[in-house]
Design a protein around this ligand. Structure first.
Ligand code: ATP
Length: 408
């Protein structure tokens, strides 16, 4: 795998490769360097650049086996799979030994997690054969079989081709208080308006289910969410009736709110079960990435890498879209231009790499960013399968409603 990467460093962009997969420190460092520079260099620049950045880390003996490997670069993906599987199997094996030596609850839990990791990373039994691909294309040609996405706001559907398409990991980033949690709730409601039978899960690591429920009701009824905190005192009879009706509407949806699933593997487990039983499309929204716990991994950046990689694998395995919310770095605050950029996803390069699409929510009119009605723009900054562009919204902050701001 390292031979392929040194021959064609840009391959690093085609697969996520974690430095962790290597026991040997110099190779870990080499992979880290490749991830950092993003592969935009040739073989000579790679060696020179690496030696400059990490003098003395790789000896001639370290380079030797990499440079003289006799493999075909075209088999790169297969090597990646072998090495990834080895890594996860080895980790599972270690924690099984660990549990055998000390059968505590904690060790048992960590054995289950590593075993589950190993299973979800073992791609050997989920590979699609050429026959299946041919058949799939044949059905599209002859029966007009369509890949249908979940529709939400019309301009968003258009940018993503045909809604939130299966197999896509979509990241929506924003600075705190711009309204990303509120936007997520609105996406849910728009999706149900258009597809009442769809199944949606919202994993909220920041807000309780009750708070999210109040936001859903505020958005449906247009009643300020602050009045829903003590509804008996603050609501008129007519408003109470509206709240009850909103409850009936919400009850009719296959919507689940989760506020206690904080660990990555808990989320993955729920997501797998619910996606498997969803009959009319499935969408998961995770609010937000930075709060997901990854037990056993102390390094923050590696935690994020683990999360984005797992979600990306799940979108492919289950053929569903997943929306992952993410906070942007503080850097934007000091810039004149407040429009976020991909480099603001600074927690890890894996967010951008693993996402099929990245959108940013931001206050596009600073004069009203604290008002009741705010101009909030969704900027699609990466879209592997479609166009880039902006969608402008009016955000009615007290009612937690997002409405598309069509130009008049
Ligand atoms: N009842 C309300 N009245 C007025 N404004 C409100 C009300 N409830 C929420 N807001 C505003 O809506 C905005 C969006 O909140 P939201 O929690 O969705 O933001 P966020 O981007 O997810 O931020 P964070 O990451 O801090 O949660 C905030 O600026 C908040 O002040």
């Amino acid at each position: 795998m390292l031979y392929c990467l040194t021959q064609q460093p840009k391959l690093i962009r085609s697969e996520w490769i974690s430095p962790d997969w290597f026991d040997y420190k110099p190779y870990q460092t080499l992979v880290k360097y490749l991830n950092d520079v993003g592969g935009e260099l040739d073989y000579i620049q790679l060696r020179d650049g690496f030696t400059k950045a990490y003098p003395g880390v790789m000896s001639r003996e370290d380079w030797e086996p990499i440079l003289t490997a006799d493999v075909t670069v075209g088999n790169f993906s297969s090597w990646v799979k072998v090495i990834r599987n080895d890594f996860y199997r080895k980790r599972a094996q270690e924690s099984a030994f660990d549990f055998a030596n000390d059968p505590s609850d904690e060790k048992f839990h960590s054995m289950l997690i590593t075993a589950q990791d190993a299973i979800s990373n073992d791609s050997s039994d989920t590979e699609v054969t050429m026959d299946e691909l041919v058949q799939d294309m044949h059905e599209r040609l002859t029966e007009g079989k369509l890949d249908v996405g979940i529709k939400t706001y019309a301009p968003i559907d258009k940018l993503f081709g045909d809604g939130l398409m299966p197999g896509r990991l979509i990241t929506i980033g924003a600075r705190p208080a711009v309204g990303k949690s509120a936007f997520a709730i609105n996406l849910v409601l728009e999706a149900f308006k258009r597809q009442p039978d769809v199944t949606i899960d919202v994993f909220s690591l920041e807000m309780t289910n009750r708070q999210n429920y109040q936001r859903l009701v505020a958005s449906i009824t247009g009643i300020p969410s602050s009045k829903l905190v003590n509804p008996m005192i603050d609501l008129s009879d007519a408003e109470m009736k509206k709240v009850e009706e909103a409850g009936q509407t919400l009850r009719s949806y296959d919507l689940r709110l989760w506020d206690k699933q904080l660990k990555l593997q808990q989320i993955v487990k729920v997501l797998r079960q619910r996606a498997a039983t969803a009959k009319h499309g499935y969408l998961a929204i995770v609010d937000y990435l930075g709060l997901i716990e990854v037990p056993g991994q102390p390094d923050r950046r590696l935690q994020i890498e683990e999360v984005t990689r797992q979600f990306k694998l799940l979108t492919n395995e289950l053929d569903v879209p997943i929306i992952m919310l993410s906070q942007l770095s503080r850097g934007i605050e000091s810039r004149n231009d407040k429009k976020p950029m991909l480099s603001d996803l600074r927690e890890s390069g894996s967010i951008e790499q693993d996402s099929n699409a990245v959108g940013f929510l931001w206050n596009s009119d600073r004069s009203n960013e604290k008002s009741d009605v705010r101009s909030v723009t969704l900027t699609i900054a990466k879209n592997r399968e479609g166009a880039l562009g902006d969608v402008n919204f009016n955000f009615f902050a007290n009612k937690l409603q997002f409405r598309v701001a069509y130009l008049t």
